[in-house]
Design a protein around this ligand. Structure first.
Ligand SMILES: [Fe+2]
Length: 419
């Protein structure tokens, strides 16, 4: 998805450490990130790791290999003298979308790759891990300083794929009539509530000029910059996430059948896909159930609604007599501490198109493809979800998906422009 400004993000890391401590810090973070990927893969059999249940999702085995290729392609190849790739075909198989990095396997056919096996992908990961650790332990200070920004991209890139490992396997398991549990202890955290319909449930932003975007000197993706000033408000933004209880009322009121509530493309998606409820919902024995990472369970009215598209979020907002917030409104409210559950449950759709901030330029080279070329036809989501790895998101973080996508952990909060 995304890419930082390596010069800006790495400078702070490199300058904060001596050679020995920078080497150790990079190696420790490398191990921790790589271990988390394997921890997420551990409950999956080799058969589980192969499945690709739709073109937008990727097999877990592919995620494990692609994140490994990233370090091989952008760190070991260019920076470790004498490095020999693990297998000459893997760059073709596991390059995702980097045109500058060469030809690649068709995305929609990643699930066709019975070979290399899951065990061979494990061996690939172990080979690259050993090379990376040896590289970090032996590199001189100038090299470590130079590669620190790329390392941070690699860490954050792999964390993005860790989230996708959860959302993609959930989508696959949700297609199974015998709903498997990925993790028996998994649960969506219950959201806070601030008294529905009370004045405390809305935070007011008066009109003002605010700075939007990343303003620190740590890691960030390039799409969060440049920080710039924007006119925001007046607006009221819901402190709370929309719940299943509210969504069930929308459904019972004919929300999915009332074309006038929908954008034209949205209602076309409803008819084409046969949507009558959020993603992964099933109607069984007179009540709605939802497929989760802990298996199939009755829909809990108090949970945040999850697995909804932009189209559905927009229709729900219209039915409510409200709107979706812009990403600027979300960021200003979040910075002021006005939002409950901004992070860790569901990403929240905004009405902002995923576009470059004023002054944005993609960086030179292959990593310039990370973010900039996706800035069309998508919408921004803010916050983070239960599947987002610890420490990955921040207040200026911009996630983005196409308006029909709903297999991520996506929900919403409302905004109100009425006086
Ligand atoms: Fe990737």
């Amino acid at each position: 998805m995304t890419n930082p400004s390596p010069a800006a993000s790495g400078q702070s890391v490199a300058s904060a450490f001596s050679k020995i401590s920078l080497s150790r810090a990079l190696a420790d973070t490398y191990r921790a990130v790589r271990d988390e990927t394997e921890r997420r893969a551990a409950p999956l059999s080799p058969e589980d790791q192969l499945i690709q249940s739709m073109p937008d999702a990727s097999p877990a085995k592919w995620h494990r290999a692609h994140t490994t290729w990233f370090f091989e392609q952008f760190l070991l190849g260019p920076h470790r003298p004498g490095y020999k790739v693990f297998h000459p075909d893997y760059a073709y198989l596991f390059n995702s979308y980097y045109v500058s990095a060469g030809p690649r396997h068709t995305r929609a056919q990643r699930g066709h790759l019975t070979r290399p096996s899951a065990d061979e992908v494990t061996a690939y990961r172990q080979y690259v891990d050993a090379e990376m650790i040896a590289f970090l332990e032996n590199a001189d200070e100038a090299t470590l300083t130079a590669i620190a920004p790329l390392m941070e991209v690699g860490f954050n890139h792999e964390q993005q794929h860790q989230e996708l490992m959860h959302t993609d396997i959930l989508h696959a398991f949700a297609q199974n009539p015998i709903p498997p549990a990925y993790d028996a202890s998994w649960a969506l955290p219950q959201p806070h509530r601030t008294g529905e319909a009370s004045s405390e449930s809305w935070a007011s932003l008066t009109e003002g000029i605010h700075t939007i975007g990343y303003q620190g000197d740590g890691f960030h993706f390039d799409n969060e910059k440049p920080a710039h000033r924007a006119l925001v408000g007046p607006v009221k933004i819901a402190r709370h996430l929309v719940t299943n209880r509210e969504w069930l009322a929308f459904m019972e009121n004919g929300g999915y059948r009332t074309a006038t509530l929908w954008l034209m493309d949205g209602f076309a998606a409803v008819e084409r896909e046969g949507w009558e409820a959020p993603g992964h919902w099933r109607f069984i024995d007179d009540r709605w159930h939802i497929m989760t990472l802990t298996g199939l369970k009755p829909v809990d009215p108090d949970d945040a609604v999850c697995h909804i598209s932009y189209y559905e979020a927009d229709a729900f907002a219209r039915w409510s007599g409200k709107h979706l917030p812009t990403e600027m409104e979300w960021e200003v409210a979040a910075r002021a501490g006005l939002l409950d559950d901004a992070y860790g449950i569901v990403w929240q759709w905004t009405r902002s198109s995923y576009a470059p901030y004023p002054g944005y330029r993609a960086i030179e080279g292959a990593l310039g493809e990370y973010n900039g070329k996706f800035m069309v036809n998508q919408y921004v989501l803010r916050g983070s979800s239960i599947a987002t790895p610890e420490g990955h998101a921040r207040v200026s973080y911009r996630n983005f998906f196409y308006p029909h996508h709903r297999w991520q952990f996506t929900g919403l909060r409302l905004a109100d422009y009425a006086n």
